[in-house]
Design a protein around this ligand. Structure first.
Ligand SMILES: Cc1cc2nc3c(=O)[nH]c(=O)nc-3n(C[C@H](O)[C@H](O)[C@H](O)COP(=O)(O)O)c2cc1C
Length: 312
């Protein structure tokens, strides 16, 4: 998660029993990423991962340098999980590089078609990110309920359910649908350890499932974001100038995330991402409290309600 996935949160998630991810591209340079990875190793002895998001950009980041640092920092085995995301087009060389270094590569995508391409390229697993998700839900608008069921039918490799996940009932449902677990984004932002402004965390608690907007649809680069004045302005500008990125660039630039999350906490300071899962977020627990709650709720459902149904 851009400007959220730093070492302290990744380590807190891993210490709580999940696998936390550092967002590579939030770091200004490959060497900054190395420093963040080294920091994470000091904060946890548990496995953690790195997300490398492959997006088209006017000035693309130095992907080979980032990938090389990730590969080098895999030594010792604590960092083995690499989550790739974004365009499946440029994915092949990175899968090859990470796999030959011994990584477990999980590719996050929003369409089963892309998941199958990633599977063919040799990734180990898929993070199936449905329409409910924060970030980029793609252009197909297939809800998680159908998406996960199709993934279970059509993929030969494991997948985790992603997008809109926050509680143990959903974990039990995801497991029932054939997923091996779930990936959470927005829910981790509303935790004590998330390195973002308290006002943003509170906004996620106060928001609900209707508090998001889909911007950049006219550019076929849809992003689900927190519905604020900036998002409304983008929607208006897109109506007037469909497909013209230059008209909205100032409102959607990545640096807005940094400003809102780290500097001002002013929710209106540009467009930033959050998911419909806000409807399921009522508090700001520690990562440990959240993980324990999710697992015990899932166990309760599986061993109680569901077990009772089959034995009745
Ligand atoms: C603030 C924010 C920033 C994100 N940045 C990225 C990113 O840089 N790369 C990426 O692959 N996914 C990114 N995502 C998507 C998440 O990794 C995850 O797939 C998504 O949040 C799951 O949906 P959920 O928020 O409903 O749990 C971001 C999500 C949020 C909320």
């Amino acid at each position: 998660m851009h400007y959220v996935g730093y070492a302290p949160l990744a380590a807190a998630v891993s210490n709580a029993g999940g696998i936390g991810l550092i967002t590579a591209l939030t770091q200004k340079s490959a060497e900054d990423l190395r420093a963040e990875i080294v920091k994470c190793k000091k904060l946890t002895s548990k496995p953690f991962g790195v997300n490398l998001t492959l997006l088209p950009a006017l000035t693309p980041p130095d992907y080979p340098a980032f990938a090389k640092v990730v590969e080098e920092e895999m030594e010792g085995g604590q960092l083995r999980l690499i989550e790739t995301a974004g365009h499946v087009k440029g994915l092949a060389p990175f899968v090859e590089q990470f796999k030959s270094a011994g990584a477990y590569v999980i590719h996050k995508c929003v369409a089963v078609r892309h998941a199958k391409t990633a599977q063919r390229l040799g990734v180990d697993a898929i993070s199936m990110d449905g329409f409910d998700c924060a970030g980029h839900p793609g252009e197909y608008d297939i809800g998680n309920w159908v998406l996960f069921a199709i993934a279970a039918r059509q993929l030969d490799i494991p997948f985790v359910a992603s997008g809109g996940c926050a509680d143990g009932k959903q974990l039990a449902a995801a497991l029932a649908l054939g997923a091996e677990g779930m990936n959470m984004g927005t829910r981790w932002m509303a935790t004590a350890e998330a390195p973002i402004h308290q006002k943003v965390k509170q906004a996620l608690v106060d928001g609900d499932e209707n508090s998001t907007a889909l911007v950049m649809r006219t550019m076929r680069n849809t992003e689900r974001v927190y519905r604020n004045k900036a998002a409304e302005a983008v929607l208006e500008l897109e109506k007037e100038h469909p497909g013209d990125f230059s008209k909205i660039a100032h409102l959607v630039k990545g640096d807005n995330y940094r400003k809102v999350f780290q500097e001002t906490g002013d929710l209106e300071d540009g467009v930033w991402s959050a998911g419909t899962v806000m409807g399921l977020i009522d508090d700001i627990p520690t990562c440990q409290e959240l993980t324990d709650r999710i697992i015990s709720e899932a166990e309760e459902i599986i061993q109680g309600r569901l077990q009772d149904m089959v034995t009745a």
